[in-house]
Design a binder for this molecule. Structure first.
Ligand code: NAP
Length: 276
């Protein structure tokens, strides 16, 4: 599978499994755990999680799914903004490591901007990195002006900015993505299926039919066709976990990309970054 280089020089896989809404309900636990284990069996190279998801429940399930594996995927997790002080970030990371029963998180992100000065969070990330508890660090839900401010406060971000980006939400293409490309920072696209809302679109369905793939695969293949972009669709069903991975093999022609541009036009002016 392809990977993307981060500012640190380390590589990040272009595709992974999301885990938001997992670990919240006892009734769904067995199915969710099965979906994560199945993704790992299929060699999903990356898992995205956060201390927020299921209040630690998603990280615990990731830990359970990883138990006994010899080759583990690239792990992404996130710290809550209200925990992101110097000492709070370190303590939150240690709790996440414990829940996942791993010694290191490959990419650790500030989940969104909060009240803690960015320099404090960055200092904590650097300390965690020195201690070998995380390999790289980054942010999430940062718009272009946040990235400019971050780089003026502290230009040491080694990883990514994880944001809402998909066919139906192309706002980041206007200014955020050009800024990130100029700084060689890959973008991690979350909610690449717009949480399923995208999949009923008539053009997407028709084009997918022509290409003999599913609308979800086409939506994911489009995200993956954008330079410097990686993505992390979530599913708790085996069929969809497998279906979504199939998107990695799909190459889109210039004609298909142009038809998608007509159905989902790129932004003509600044749109503030949306968040889910
Ligand atoms: P998503 O991946 O766009 O969509 C997930 C939804 O689509 C689920 O309801 C899933 O249902 C359904 N689905 C998945 N594959 C499908 C398929 N092949 N056909 C039809 N429906 C399908 O949305 P997301 O979970 O919001 O985003 C992905 C990940 O990004 C999250 O899980 C999380 O890890 C991360 N994220 C981060 C932030 C942030 O603030 N940093 C915010 C949102 C998300 P089933 O599960 O029933 O299959």
């Amino acid at each position: 599978m392809r990977s993307c280089k981060m500012p640190s020089g380390n590589e990040m896989p272009v595709f992974g499994l999301g885990t938001w809404r997992m670990g919240e309900s006892r009734a769904k636990r067995a199915q969710e755990l099965d979906a994560i284990k199945y993704a790992l069996e299929l060699d999903y190279p990356m898992i995205d999680t956060a201390e927020m998801y299921g209040d630690g429940g998603a990280e615990e399930m990731v830990g359970e799914a990883l138990a006994g594996l010899t080759k583990r995927p690239f792990i992404v997790s996130k710290v809550y903004p209200h925990n992101a002080s110097r000492s709070g970030t370190i303590a939150a990371c240690e709790r996440s490591l414990k829940r996942m029963k791993v010694e290191r998180i490959d990419l650790y992100l500030l989940h969104w901007r909060g009240g803690v000065p960015l320099i404090d969070t960055c200092d904590a990330f650097l300390e965690l990195r020195r201690a070998g508890k995380i390999a790289d660090f980054g942010v999430s839900n940062f718009d272009a002006d946040d990235m400019v401010e971050l780089s003026s406060v502290d230009d040491r971000l080694t990883g990514t900015n994880q944001v809402l980006y998909c066919l139906s939400r192309r706002g980041p293409e206007y200014d955020l993505m050009p800024w990130m490309r100029d700084h060689a920072i890959p973008l991690m696209a979350y909610s690449p299926l717009d949480q399923g809302r995208l999949l009923g679109n008539a053009t997407l369905k028709k084009l997918a039919g022509d290409l003999r793939c599913t609308p979800a695969q086409l939506a994911l293949a489009w995200v993956l066709a954008q330079p410097g972009v990686v993505t992390i669709p979530k599913s708790m069903t085996r069929e969809r976990v497998k279906e979504n991975l199939g998107a990695v093999e799909i190459k889109l022609s210039a004609d298909v990309l142009a038809e998608l541009d007509r159905a989902f036009p790129p932004p003509k002016r600044k749109q503030s970054l949306q968040m889910l």
